[in-house]
Design a protein around this ligand. Sequence first.
Ligand code: ADP
Length: 254
Amino acid sequence: MIRCEKLTAGYGGKEVLHEISWEAEKGKFTAVIGPNGSGKSTLLKTILGQTKVFGGDICLEGKPIKEYGSRELAKRIAYLPQHRDDAGISVGRMVLHGRFPYIAFPRRYTVADEEKVGQALKKMGIEALRDKPVSELSGGEKQKVYLAMALVQDAPVFLLDEPAASLDLSCQLSLTAMLKTLSREGKTVVAVTHDLNYALQYADKLLIINKGRAVQYGTTEETLETGVMEKVFGLHISRIRDDNGQTHYCFAVR
Ligand code: ADP
Protein backbone atom coordinates (compact mmCIF):
# COMPACT_ATOMS: atom_id res chain seq x y z
CA MET A 1 0.00 0.00 0.00
CA ILE A 2 2.43 2.72 1.23
CA ARG A 3 6.04 1.65 1.12
CA CYS A 4 9.03 3.67 2.30
CA GLU A 5 12.41 2.51 1.11
CA LYS A 6 15.53 3.97 2.77
CA LEU A 7 13.62 7.20 3.23
CA THR A 8 15.72 10.11 4.49
CA ALA A 9 13.88 13.41 5.00
CA GLY A 10 13.62 16.54 7.14
CA TYR A 11 13.28 20.29 7.04
CA GLY A 12 15.53 22.82 5.26
CA GLY A 13 18.97 21.28 5.46
CA LYS A 14 18.22 19.21 8.57
CA GLU A 15 17.74 15.44 8.35
CA VAL A 16 15.13 14.14 10.79
CA LEU A 17 14.30 10.72 9.32
CA HIS A 18 17.15 8.40 8.45
CA GLU A 19 16.83 5.52 5.98
CA ILE A 20 13.35 4.42 7.00
CA SER A 21 12.25 1.21 5.28
CA TRP A 22 8.72 0.22 6.20
CA GLU A 23 5.44 -0.74 4.61
CA ALA A 24 2.06 0.34 6.00
CA GLU A 25 -0.10 -2.74 5.67
CA LYS A 26 -3.55 -2.81 4.14
CA GLY A 27 -6.23 -3.99 6.55
CA LYS A 28 -4.14 -3.23 9.62
CA PHE A 29 -4.28 -0.60 12.32
CA THR A 30 -0.67 0.48 12.90
CA ALA A 31 0.36 2.67 15.82
CA VAL A 32 3.49 4.77 15.36
CA ILE A 33 5.19 5.32 18.70
CA GLY A 34 8.48 6.79 19.89
CA PRO A 35 9.86 9.45 22.24
CA ASN A 36 8.96 13.11 21.68
CA GLY A 37 10.82 14.61 18.76
CA SER A 38 11.79 11.23 17.29
CA GLY A 39 10.17 11.98 13.92
CA LYS A 40 6.71 10.36 14.08
CA SER A 41 4.77 13.37 12.75
CA THR A 42 7.55 14.05 10.28
CA LEU A 43 7.06 10.57 8.84
CA LEU A 44 3.37 11.26 8.14
CA LYS A 45 4.14 14.71 6.73
CA THR A 46 6.86 13.25 4.52
CA ILE A 47 4.46 10.69 3.05
CA LEU A 48 2.20 13.64 2.20
CA GLY A 49 5.01 15.56 0.55
CA GLN A 50 5.19 18.28 3.21
CA THR A 51 8.89 17.94 4.07
CA LYS A 52 12.14 17.76 2.16
CA VAL A 53 13.17 14.29 0.96
CA PHE A 54 16.95 13.82 0.84
CA GLY A 55 16.94 10.22 -0.32
CA GLY A 56 15.00 7.01 -0.76
CA ASP A 57 11.51 6.40 -2.12
CA ILE A 58 7.86 6.43 -1.09
CA CYS A 59 5.44 4.39 -3.19
CA LEU A 60 1.67 4.34 -3.01
CA GLU A 61 -0.01 1.39 -4.70
CA GLY A 62 3.32 0.66 -6.37
CA LYS A 63 3.72 4.14 -7.90
CA PRO A 64 6.08 6.86 -6.59
CA ILE A 65 3.97 9.15 -4.45
CA LYS A 66 5.42 12.29 -6.04
CA GLU A 67 3.76 11.28 -9.33
CA TYR A 68 0.28 11.76 -7.84
CA GLY A 69 -1.47 15.11 -8.22
CA SER A 70 -2.92 16.63 -5.03
CA ARG A 71 -6.50 15.64 -5.90
CA GLU A 72 -5.50 12.07 -6.71
CA LEU A 73 -3.55 11.88 -3.47
CA ALA A 74 -6.50 13.22 -1.48
CA LYS A 75 -8.69 10.46 -2.91
CA ARG A 76 -6.22 7.92 -1.60
CA ILE A 77 -5.01 9.34 1.70
CA ALA A 78 -7.09 10.99 4.41
CA TYR A 79 -4.78 12.89 6.77
CA LEU A 80 -5.65 14.16 10.20
CA PRO A 81 -2.91 16.59 11.32
CA GLN A 82 -2.12 17.29 14.96
CA HIS A 83 -3.04 20.98 14.77
CA ARG A 84 -5.40 22.96 12.60
CA ASP A 85 -6.47 26.57 12.53
CA ASP A 86 -10.03 27.09 13.71
CA ALA A 87 -12.42 27.40 10.82
CA GLY A 88 -15.11 30.07 10.87
CA ILE A 89 -17.52 27.81 8.98
CA SER A 90 -20.21 25.38 10.09
CA VAL A 91 -19.51 21.75 10.96
CA GLY A 92 -21.52 20.52 7.97
CA ARG A 93 -19.60 22.77 5.57
CA MET A 94 -16.27 21.76 7.07
CA VAL A 95 -17.00 18.04 6.71
CA LEU A 96 -18.25 18.63 3.17
CA HIS A 97 -14.75 19.90 2.30
CA GLY A 98 -13.64 16.26 2.64
CA ARG A 99 -15.54 15.65 -0.64
CA PHE A 100 -13.49 18.31 -2.47
CA PRO A 101 -11.30 15.83 -4.40
CA TYR A 102 -14.45 14.41 -5.99
CA ILE A 103 -16.24 17.52 -7.18
CA ALA A 104 -16.18 18.04 -10.90
CA PHE A 105 -17.39 20.87 -13.12
CA PRO A 106 -19.46 22.98 -12.26
CA ARG A 107 -17.74 22.59 -8.88
CA ARG A 108 -20.85 22.03 -6.84
CA TYR A 109 -21.32 19.46 -4.13
CA THR A 110 -24.12 16.98 -4.87
CA VAL A 111 -26.93 15.49 -2.80
CA ALA A 112 -24.82 12.32 -2.56
CA ASP A 113 -21.99 14.39 -1.04
CA GLU A 114 -24.41 15.86 1.52
CA GLU A 115 -25.62 12.36 2.35
CA LYS A 116 -22.09 11.18 2.95
CA VAL A 117 -21.62 14.11 5.32
CA GLY A 118 -24.78 13.07 7.21
CA GLN A 119 -23.53 9.49 7.52
CA ALA A 120 -20.11 10.59 8.78
CA LEU A 121 -21.62 12.99 11.34
CA LYS A 122 -23.81 10.14 12.55
CA LYS A 123 -20.87 7.77 12.79
CA MET A 124 -19.02 10.31 14.93
CA GLY A 125 -22.15 11.04 17.01
CA ILE A 126 -22.17 14.77 16.15
CA GLU A 127 -25.25 15.17 13.93
CA ALA A 128 -26.61 17.79 16.34
CA LEU A 129 -23.58 20.00 15.68
CA ARG A 130 -24.10 20.22 11.91
CA ASP A 131 -25.02 23.93 11.82
CA LYS A 132 -22.69 25.10 14.59
CA PRO A 133 -19.52 27.06 13.76
CA VAL A 134 -16.45 24.84 14.20
CA SER A 135 -14.72 27.68 16.08
CA GLU A 136 -17.28 27.40 18.91
CA LEU A 137 -16.67 23.71 19.61
CA SER A 138 -14.60 22.05 22.34
CA GLY A 139 -11.29 20.39 21.43
CA GLY A 140 -12.88 16.92 21.51
CA GLU A 141 -15.82 17.99 19.36
CA LYS A 142 -13.49 19.59 16.82
CA GLN A 143 -11.47 16.40 16.67
CA LYS A 144 -14.64 14.48 15.81
CA VAL A 145 -15.46 16.98 13.06
CA TYR A 146 -12.03 16.49 11.50
CA LEU A 147 -12.40 12.73 11.76
CA ALA A 148 -15.78 12.97 10.01
CA MET A 149 -14.10 15.03 7.30
CA ALA A 150 -11.47 12.28 6.91
CA LEU A 151 -14.23 9.67 6.67
CA VAL A 152 -16.08 11.38 3.80
CA GLN A 153 -12.86 11.49 1.82
CA ASP A 154 -13.49 7.78 1.11
CA ALA A 155 -9.76 7.12 0.97
CA PRO A 156 -8.25 3.67 1.40
CA VAL A 157 -5.51 5.06 3.65
CA PHE A 158 -5.88 7.03 6.90
CA LEU A 159 -2.87 8.82 8.38
CA LEU A 160 -3.82 10.20 11.78
CA ASP A 161 -1.60 12.29 14.03
CA GLU A 162 -2.69 11.84 17.66
CA PRO A 163 -6.36 11.22 16.75
CA ALA A 164 -7.37 10.50 20.34
CA ALA A 165 -5.83 13.69 21.77
CA SER A 166 -8.46 15.81 23.51
CA LEU A 167 -11.09 13.06 23.42
CA ASP A 168 -12.46 11.77 26.72
CA LEU A 169 -12.02 8.10 27.54
CA SER A 170 -15.34 6.86 26.19
CA CYS A 171 -14.80 8.82 22.95
CA GLN A 172 -11.27 7.38 22.72
CA LEU A 173 -12.69 3.89 22.96
CA SER A 174 -15.36 4.49 20.33
CA LEU A 175 -12.72 6.09 18.08
CA THR A 176 -10.56 3.00 18.53
CA ALA A 177 -13.48 0.73 17.66
CA MET A 178 -14.06 2.83 14.56
CA LEU A 179 -10.41 2.65 13.48
CA LYS A 180 -10.46 -1.11 14.04
CA THR A 181 -13.61 -1.42 11.93
CA LEU A 182 -12.05 0.66 9.15
CA SER A 183 -9.00 -1.57 9.12
CA ARG A 184 -11.18 -4.71 9.13
CA GLU A 185 -12.97 -3.26 6.10
CA GLY A 186 -9.61 -3.26 4.33
CA LYS A 187 -8.40 0.29 4.99
CA THR A 188 -4.80 1.04 5.90
CA VAL A 189 -4.91 2.90 9.21
CA VAL A 190 -1.76 4.50 10.64
CA ALA A 191 -2.01 6.55 13.82
CA VAL A 192 0.75 8.40 15.66
CA THR A 193 0.17 8.18 19.39
CA HIS A 194 2.07 8.99 22.58
CA ASP A 195 -0.19 6.64 24.54
CA LEU A 196 1.81 3.43 24.89
CA ASN A 197 -0.89 1.50 26.71
CA TYR A 198 -3.33 2.35 23.94
CA ALA A 199 -0.87 1.31 21.25
CA LEU A 200 0.03 -1.98 22.91
CA GLN A 201 -3.56 -2.85 23.62
CA TYR A 202 -5.31 -1.93 20.38
CA ALA A 203 -2.92 -1.72 17.44
CA ASP A 204 -2.42 -4.67 15.09
CA LYS A 205 1.11 -3.48 14.43
CA LEU A 206 3.53 -1.13 16.16
CA LEU A 207 6.16 0.95 14.39
CA ILE A 208 8.75 2.36 16.76
CA ILE A 209 10.67 5.43 15.64
CA ASN A 210 13.69 6.44 17.65
CA LYS A 211 15.96 9.35 16.74
CA GLY A 212 14.55 9.31 13.21
CA ARG A 213 15.09 5.60 12.63
CA ALA A 214 12.54 2.82 12.38
CA VAL A 215 13.84 0.48 15.05
CA GLN A 216 11.00 -2.04 15.28
CA TYR A 217 7.89 -3.06 13.37
CA GLY A 218 5.69 -5.92 14.50
CA THR A 219 2.75 -7.02 16.62
CA THR A 220 2.58 -6.18 20.32
CA GLU A 221 3.79 -9.67 21.23
CA GLU A 222 6.68 -9.57 18.78
CA THR A 223 7.62 -6.07 19.91
CA LEU A 224 7.58 -6.83 23.63
CA GLU A 225 9.72 -9.92 23.05
CA THR A 226 12.49 -7.85 21.46
CA GLY A 227 12.84 -5.58 24.52
CA VAL A 228 13.27 -2.63 22.12
CA MET A 229 10.42 -0.68 23.67
CA GLU A 230 11.94 -0.87 27.12
CA LYS A 231 15.27 0.33 25.79
CA VAL A 232 13.87 3.16 23.67
CA PHE A 233 11.56 4.54 26.36
CA GLY A 234 13.74 3.62 29.37
CA LEU A 235 10.81 1.78 30.97
CA HIS A 236 9.96 -1.52 32.62
CA ILE A 237 6.78 -2.88 31.08
CA SER A 238 4.62 -5.42 32.87
CA ARG A 239 1.39 -7.08 31.84
CA ILE A 240 -1.74 -7.59 33.87
CA ARG A 241 -4.65 -9.73 32.75
CA ASP A 242 -8.06 -8.60 34.03
CA ASP A 243 -11.10 -10.74 34.90
CA ASN A 244 -12.34 -10.46 31.32
CA GLY A 245 -9.08 -11.87 30.00
CA GLN A 246 -8.00 -8.51 28.60
CA THR A 247 -4.34 -7.55 28.92
CA HIS A 248 -3.31 -4.17 30.33
CA TYR A 249 0.19 -2.75 30.45
CA CYS A 250 1.92 -0.99 33.34
CA PHE A 251 5.01 1.14 32.99
CA ALA A 252 7.71 2.05 35.48
CA VAL A 253 10.84 4.12 34.94
CA ARG A 254 13.93 1.87 34.82
P1 ADP B 1 7.46 13.57 17.05
O1 ADP B 1 6.22 13.57 16.22
O2 ADP B 1 8.09 12.22 17.15
O3 ADP B 1 7.29 14.19 18.40
P2 ADP B 1 8.40 15.47 15.06
O4 ADP B 1 8.33 14.69 13.82
O5 ADP B 1 7.33 16.46 15.34
O6 ADP B 1 8.56 14.47 16.30
O7 ADP B 1 9.77 16.25 15.11
C1 ADP B 1 11.01 15.60 14.82
C2 ADP B 1 12.11 16.65 14.76
O8 ADP B 1 11.85 17.52 13.67
C3 ADP B 1 12.21 17.51 16.01
O9 ADP B 1 13.57 17.74 16.27
C4 ADP B 1 11.53 18.79 15.61
O10 ADP B 1 12.06 19.89 16.28
C5 ADP B 1 11.85 18.86 14.11
N1 ADP B 1 10.80 19.59 13.39
C6 ADP B 1 9.47 19.32 13.38
N2 ADP B 1 8.80 20.17 12.57
C7 ADP B 1 9.73 21.02 12.06
C8 ADP B 1 9.67 22.13 11.16
N3 ADP B 1 8.52 22.53 10.62
N4 ADP B 1 10.84 22.74 10.86
C9 ADP B 1 12.03 22.33 11.38
N5 ADP B 1 12.16 21.29 12.25
C10 ADP B 1 11.03 20.63 12.59
